[in-house]
Design a protein around this ligand. Structure first.
Ligand code: NAD
Length: 464
């Protein structure tokens, strides 16, 4: 039996959504808040199912499922329900004394019909968060889930079907064929989360109808450790951020750049702290997830093997077990700059460590690569932090911690160029799914009273 949504069904619902888009556009704040409340209740009712499904898909621990999947969605819902009337309100902008008769403001209107495409690594949090933003903005939604997380997809379907009519929200399950079909349709907004290579395909498809687009992509996010740090604390931060979800996190520190001054201590610290976190046999730890599928597992093992064959030194880990798609938390150094682990996004539990002798050398390594999604800088020396921020670019920066930037409710989340276009979550998510319409409301005299043919010297003087 085909586990994916059949194409003629996608087509039928797409047409129904196009027909009902004007209807949902009219819904006021109270109606949208009510449906979001219903969604919150349905999620609460299905919490255990969410946790169990994530364990089945990639052995995600119950605590991680709560902290990184359920909690952010509940926070996103709370914020949207509370702030929606304020978000939807027209916003005044500064008046211009030259154009004194105009009352200028911004009006937020739904874009219309939206397509949301999501990956497998946070397969509950990402689809639900972007769905919430699009509902808050007043759109219809085709929500395409990843083909690699079937268990959580089934729970999302239960939740969505209990809350929404399919003319408003429809779940599409499928892989390349189904996504390609969707991308051939006309949408007012396409929101894509995934790899930069598929992001380019999505952007090209959006060009056909000039659909609005948000791209949440990936990249090699560096962590750079400079002077004046509590080294043990920093290493623990990096271990947590790197090995949560077994490294399958878009903003995980991809590689570590560390001052050569720490050379004597750092290997031992990684060994001690990783043992403390996952024990002597991390394969038995209930807190360590598995790699999502064989394709990703083979890719990671190949990159690791290549590095080892080239002479790299494994400080910690390196063990793999194909039958359960397990890769131990691994820290590796002495890598060739051309090796895959230093060239391609890792997206798994392998941390390459590169020592640098001067800040210029470290900055050059970052600058040579595409602009990453996140950058982590650890140092209590402000001039070092400032220099790193000034001479690099990334979607976000986090100073002296890792990953917390995405948890902050009032910071936008997004990449830059190769790591993404546009912003998501909270107010920024609502804005991504809304059209910010400029309104010039002429309260007094129209401009033509002053500016009229034939032009004379007096007209020119009026405009100066
Ligand atoms: P992916 O790009 O392979 O897939 C993403 C989505 O695109 C899936 O729904 C998939 O079915 C679809 N897809 C795949 N190939 C396609 C094709 N050729 N044509 C049309 N659609 C296609 O990404 P992934 O492996 O699911 O996720 C990992 C990537 O996502 C990493 O690069 C990671 O950094 C990134 N990511 C980014 C964020 C963010 O918010 N910026 C969050 C999570 C993951």
């Amino acid at each position: 039996m085909n586990p994916y949504t059949v194409i003629h069904e996608i087509k039928r619902i797409y047409e129904a959504q196009v027909g009902s888009r004007a209807h949902y556009k009219q819904k006021d704040a109270r109606w949208r808040q009510d449906i979001l409340r219903k969604l919150a209740q349905e999620i609460d009712r299905n919490q255990d199912k969410v946790i169990n499904a994530l364990a089945k898909d990639f052995r995600k621990s119950a605590v991680e499922a709560e902290v990184t999947e359920l909690m952010p969605v509940q926070m996103e819902l709370k914020e949207a329900i509370r702030k929606l009337p304020q978000w939807m309100k027209d916003r005044s902008v500064k008046r211009s004394w030259k154009l004194f008769s105009i009352k200028p403001y911004l009006h937020y209107e739904p874009k219309g019909n939206s397509l949301i495409i999501t990956p497998w690594n946070y397969p509950f949090q990402l689809p639900m968060s972007h769905l919430i933003a699009s509902i808050a903005a007043g759109n219809t939604i085709m929500l395409k889930l990843s083909e690699f997380s079937p268990h959580i997809n089934a729970v999302i379907r239960i939740i969505v079907q209990a809350v929404f009519e399919e003319e408003q929200v429809f779940i599409v399950e499928g892989a390349k064929e189904e996504t390609t079909f969707l991308l051939g349709l006309r949408f007012d907004q396409i929101h894509f989360t995934g790899s930069p290579s598929v992001g380019k395909i999505v952007m090209q498809a959006a060009g056909k109808f000039l659909s609005d687009i948000t791209l949440e992509l990936g990249g090699k996010s560096p962590a750079i450790v400079g002077p004046k740090v509590h080294l043990q604390e920093v290493i623990r931060n990096i271990i947590w951020a790197k090995f949560v979800n077994a490294g399958q996190t878009c903003i995980a520190p991809d590689y570590l750049l560390i001052d050569i001054a720490y050379q004597d201590k750092v290997a031992q610290l990684f060994k001690t702290e990783i043992r403390r976190a996952f024990g002597d046999q991390p394969e038995l730890s209930p807190d360590f997830a598995r790699i999502i599928n064989d394709k990703q597992f083979d890719r990671l093992v190949q990159a690791l093997t290549e590095a080892v064959e080239e002479g790299a030194t494994t400080w910690v880990g390196g063990d793999v077990r194909a039958e359960e798609r397990f890769i131990a938390p691994t820290v590796i150094t002495d890598l060739k700059p051309t090796t895959k682990l230093l060239q391609e996004e890792i997206f798994g539990p392998i941390l390459p460590v590169v020592f640098y002798s001067s800040i210029e050398e470290a900055l050059q390594i970052i600058q040579e690569k595409e602009k990453p999604l996140a950058l982590y800088v650890f140092s209590r020396q402000q001039s070092f932090v400032d220099q790193v921020i000034k001479h690099t670019s990334s979607g976000s920066v986090c100073v002296n911690d890792a990953m917390v930037q995405v948890m902050h409710p009032y910071l936008p989340f997004g990449g830059v160029n190769n790591s993404g276009i546009g912003q998501s979550f909270g107010w920024y998510g609502f804005r991504a799914f809304s059209h910010e319409r400029a309104v010039a409301d002429v309260k007094l005299m129209p401009l033509s009273k002053f500016f009229w043919f034939p032009y004379t010297d007096k007209t020119k003087r009026m405009l100066r």
